[in-house]
Design a protein around this ligand. Structure first.
Ligand SMILES: [Zn+2]
Length: 67
């Protein structure tokens, strides 16, 4: 009984840290993977490079950006 309880606790903890989304690309519920996405742009006014860093969510199933 004690072992079962521990296992259940573990599962709960994993679920708390993982976001599950319904992916529109593969139509499946999948765990989100976070990735850092850096977008580089040249400013039209100054001609200088700009780097926009943002965090994206990837479908853990097919790898499509979901958010
Ligand atoms: Zn997907």
């Amino acid at each position: 009984m004690a072992k079962k309880q521990t296992f259940a606790d573990k599962l709960t903890k994993i679920k708390e840290h993982a976001d599950v989304v319904k992916c529109s690309s593969c139509s499946q519920e999948s765990v989100v993977t976070y990735a850092k996405y850096v977008e580089s742009k040249v400013s039209e006014k100054t001609g200088a490079w700009k780097f926009l860093e943002r965090r994206v969510q990837l479908c853990g199933n097919c790898g499509t950006i979901v958010g």
